[in-house]
Write a protein that binds this ligand. Structure first.
Ligand code: HEM
Ligand code: HEM
Length: 464
């Protein structure tokens, strides 16, 4: 009887490990492709004559970069990790492994078709982060729907009465995203001011109610596991969850300050942007206090430094966002490259580093193969230094750009003023891109069969 249950457990482990491996392998492929495109776009700012064919035009490549980093890299990686976390925290197998493979196929088909369609010039106009044509968007929506069903049914089969905090965040995020994507489809909101309001709602909630809760849910699992100590405060985590849910949906209009949207709606968005300090500081404090006194362990680990930078990215990027929403600062920064710096401080430093931390923590545990500490270190430092150069250059350049516009000088003066920063962004971006190649090598090593080298895997406690 015991032998049979161990054999079943082994079978479950094998199934979820190969599913996780496939999600991470595809996501990594998309990271390399989408950031190669991002790098080409970056070089186009410094060298406008670089690659002038329509297939390489800025207008086509930019949405390929943003949609693929969002829905192919970050979404596929997060869904794979979230499935794994749900199984481990609920001490059960995934509700349907087959459906898990279907979800992965849908994400990949949507991303492949979306990329080709955008490059051929077929798009949904200038609706940022939803430029894929409607039926490709529908495939993405079905992918999220199937992931939601699988996740919720898995958690429903948990052995304990309580739902572990990670699953609150991940289930909350996935349910909210279904609502969000459905609203974004309503025909009535595809024109006029309604479209502007819904675009703000979609844009900010895609980052705040999809990537953010999934990544925070991952932190709530990975940090206690790696540090072998409980999360500092469960109550603080619950407070952050509910305040995030109450404040986030209202702040989308801060993307359209000084627009024809009603003034009161813009003001409400600013007030709630300030309120967002509650979940952001509560969540970040919870993570940092969980790490307190364990800095030596963080330094020696190959997963924890990524999680640490991810937490700092969340704290700094979101706090920056609060200030960015004020009318006085919007007057300088709106439409400048400062916003692009904020996008990368959050989507790169918080989400992407967070995912890397999750992958380095969980994949070796699942496959028994860990990357070399040196290569993980090389990945970490190239990405960190590159990202710091990228963000500093655009924050300084974007501020100068805004001030030149406000001075009433000719537009070309702002271009000349920011040109050196665009070159620095390309240099930082090149380091980031090289780090992705090192990461891809590490992923290949962790996933390729062969000898199990469990002794090099970081110790992870067995209690959730
Ligand atoms: C090698 C790494 C990367 C490079 C060189 C890069 C480069 C770029 C460039 C040149 C743009 C266009 C900016 C503009 O229109 O002015 C951009 C936009 C964007 N990228 Fe990246 N990127 C990288 C990685 C990533 C990653 C990993 C993500 C997300 C996970 C991401 C998310 C975004 C977003 C959201 C925007 C739109 C920014 C906005 O409109 O404010 N990027 N990126
Ligand atoms: C929670 C606190 C946050 C606040 C108050 C905030 C505020 C803002 C504001 C005011 C803008 C508009 C800038 C402009 O157009 O002038 C913006 C843009 C943006 N934010 Fe945040 N942010 C927060 C957190 C985040 C997080 C956690 C992410 C990613 C996970 C994120 C991703 C982005 C992106 C990608 C854009 C660019 C949108 C575009 O293309 O126009 N933000 N944010």
């Amino acid at each position: 009887m015991i032998a049979r249950s161990v054999a079943l457990q082994d079978e479950d482990d094998r199934e979820i490990t190969s599913l996780l491996g496939a999600y991470i392998a595809f996501a990594t492929g998309w990271l390399v492709l989408s950031t190669a495109v991002g790098l080409i776009v970056a070089f186009k700012f410094a060298y406008p004559e670089f690659l002038t064919s329509p297939y390489f035009s800025f207008g086509r490549l930019r949405p390929i970069h943003t949609n693929d980093t969002f829905y192919a890299w970050a979404s596929i990686a997060l869904v794979g990790l979230v499935f794994y976390v749900a199984c481990k925290t609920c001490a059960t197998r995934l509700y349907s492994i087959k459906l898990g493979w279907v979800t992965l196929a849908l994400f990949n088909v949507a991303a492949a078709l979306g990329t080709v369609a955008l490059d051929l010039g077929f798009n949904n106009g200038d609706q940022e982060y939803r430029e894929w044509i409607w039926w490709i968007e529908a495939l993405l929506l079905i992918a999220i729907l199937t992931a939601a069903y699988n996740l919720i049914m898995t958690v429903a089969r948990r052995k304990d009465d309580d739902i572990y905090l990670s699953n609150w965040y991940t289930m909350g995020g996935i349910i909210w995203t279904l609502i969000l994507s459905t609203v974004a489809f309503i025909p009535l909101y595809q024109y006029g001011l309604g479209q502007v309001a819904v675009q703000g709602f979609f844009m900010h909630n895609a980052v705040g109610m999809w990537f953010t809760p999934l990544t925070l849910g991952l932190f709530y699992y990975v940090l206690p596991k790696l540090l072998n100590r409980p999360i500092y405060s469960y109550a603080l985590g619950v407070l952050a969850f509910w305040t995030n849910l109450v404040f986030y949906p209202i702040i989308g209009a801060h993307h359209f300050i000084f627009s024809p949207l009603p003034w009161w709606l813009q003001t409400l968005a600013i007030v709630f942007s300030v309120a967002m300090l509650v979940p952001v500081w509560a969540g970040s404090a919870n993570f940092l206090l969980t790490m307190r006194g364990r800095w030596e362990q963080v330094r020696r680990s190959y997963a924890l430094p990524f999680v640490f930078v991810g937490v700092l990215g969340y704290l700094l990027g979101s706090t920056q966002g609060t200030f960015e929403a004020f009318r006085s600062l919007q007057a300088v920064w709106h439409l400048t490259n400062f916003t692009v710096g904020h996008s990368h401080l959050t989507m790169y430093t918080f989400i992407t580093f967070g995912i890397w931390g999750g992958i380095y923590a969980l994949v070796p545990r699942a496959t028994g193969r860990a990357p070399s500490l040196t290569l993980a270190g090389l990945h970490f430092w190239l990405a960190t230094v590159g990202m710091a150069i990228y963000i500093l250059a655009l924050s300084i350049g974007g501020t100068i750009q805004g001030l030149v516009w406000m001075s009433g000088a000719p537009f070309i003066d702002s271009v000349t003023a920011i040109a050196p920063d665009w070159l620095w962004r390309s240099i930082g971006g090149s380091l980031m891109f090289i780090s992705h190649l090192v990461f891809a090598w590490n992923v290949w090593f962790m996933l390729s069969g062969g000898e199990r080298v469990i002794s090099r895997v970081e110790p992870i406690s067995e209690v959730a």
